[in-house]
Design a protein around this ligand. Structure first.
Ligand code: OGA
Ligand code: NI
Length: 368
């Protein structure tokens, strides 16, 4: 094949791909719609490139475990100090940890998973009313692959997005009735837990406990409720591509199916589901604020023959509007720890992140 023919073939592939993506988007039924239609082979828009699939086969398996931290008794100073040390170490070395005894009642966790299933499994015609890619006017959106038109490979998942970017609040009537009450209850609990974690993280950075809260790190939020349908060819695709989060902090509730992995020392480690546990990870913008003391780890979700899998990520994104300038905290900069990042506003950061495919972090744009 001549190079002209090759580039023509590539163009033809690109052309087909964009048509196929558009056709998939137009169904407004997401990945679940494909599974309900009984497909046996996954459409090629979901198939990862051959080099990635080969790389996967040569990966070794690690025996390490993501840190598990017990929050019980943090009202007592000695225990709180121990938790601060544990969270500090996990945030520096892993950027990821799991929490147990975090105070969110089991019924609230179960209730949330239950209504996410109900939302995604309701009559598809009703669900379609929420289908939208309009981030500016739709605070509650159902979509599949926010980066469908930017990514090279689509992910095997659908998402209900509840965005509370500005005030951190949402009117109950805006949330679909099928998941309203349980979502509000979950959001209230997870907000409180987020504030507790920010105060522990402040101490872990050697700052006063209220510092990150005073910087309004917990103000704006986005709650994304994922549904990963069972996949007939899980080895060919991913539930979520390898990425870091564009938040200060993310609290994630996952069901018992599994599939979430964190990249640690260049190896993928399973973040094993813990009954009533919650996963916490440091996002890109806290990596900036901490001037690289804390790291935002890469993570991904495997596709699975078994499913559906449900998860709920609460991204704490900070003060979105009116614009507020964030940057590395000055107490954390010294001769030994020189300034690594530029200042940013959250709305600019998120706009840059979402204009790229999932997996292409915006951090490089803010490195000095
Ligand atoms: C995310 C994410 C993981 C999961 O939404 O950013 O990493 O288990 N989710 O769904
Ligand atoms: Ni993530």
């Amino acid at each position: 094949m001549s190079s002209t023919e090759e580039s023509q073939a590539e163009l033809a592939m690109d052309y087909d791909r964009s048509n196929e993506i558009k056709a998939f988007d137009d169904t407004k039924s997401g990945v679940k719609g494909l599974v309900d239609a009984g497909i046996v082979n996954i459409p090629r828009i979901f198939i990862r490139p051959p080099n990635e699939l080969v790389e996967e086969l040569t990966q070794g398996k690690s025996t390490l475990h993501c840190p598990i931290i017990d929050l019980s008794g943090i009202e007592v100073q000695d225990h709180r100090n121990k938790v601060v040390d544990e969270i500090k170490e996990a945030s520096e070395k892993w950027g990821f940890f799991q929490l147990i005894n975090h105070g969110v009642p089991p019924s609230v966790l179960e209730g949330m998973i239950d209504v996410i299933r109900k939302f995604h499994e309701q009559d598809v015609e009703l669900k379609k009313e929420y289908y939208s890619r309009d981030r500016t006017t739709r605070r509650v959106r159902y979509e599949s692959n926010f980066d469908l038109y930017q990514s090279k490979t689509a992910n095997w998942r659908d998402t209900l997005n509840i965005s509370m970017l500005v005030s951190g609040h949402i009117e109950p009537e805006e949330i679909p009735a099928v998941c309203r009450n349980a979502s509000i209850e979950y959001i209230n609990h997870v907000t409180k837990l987020g504030e507790t974690i920010f105060s522990i993280l402040s101490e872990a950075l050697g700052l006063k406990p209220d510092q990150l809260k005073e910087m309004e790190c917990a103000k704006g939020k986005s709650v994304v409720c994922h549904y990963y349908p069972a996949c007939p060819q899980p080895e060919l695709t991913l539930g979520a591509a390898n990425h870091t989060d564009p938040s200060f902090l993310t609290i994630l509730l996952q069901d018992q199916i599994g599939g979430l992995q964190v990249l640690h020392n260049n190896q993928w480690i399973d973040v094993e589901p813990i009954t009533q546990g919650l996963v916490v990870n440091i996002g890109e913008t806290l990596q900036i604020l901490s001037n690289h003391k804390f790291v935002s780890a890469n993570h991904r979700v495997l596709a699975n023959q078994v499913g559906p899998r449900m998860s709920v990520a609460c991204f704490f994104i900070g003060a979105f509007a009116p614009p507020k300038i964030y940057g590395p905290i000055k107490e954390l900069i010294s001769e030994q720890n020189p300034l690594v990042y530029k200042e940013f506003t959250v709305s600019d950061y998120i706009a840059k992140f979402t204009s790229r495919p999932l997996g292409k972090s915006a951090l490089d744009l803010f490195r000095l």
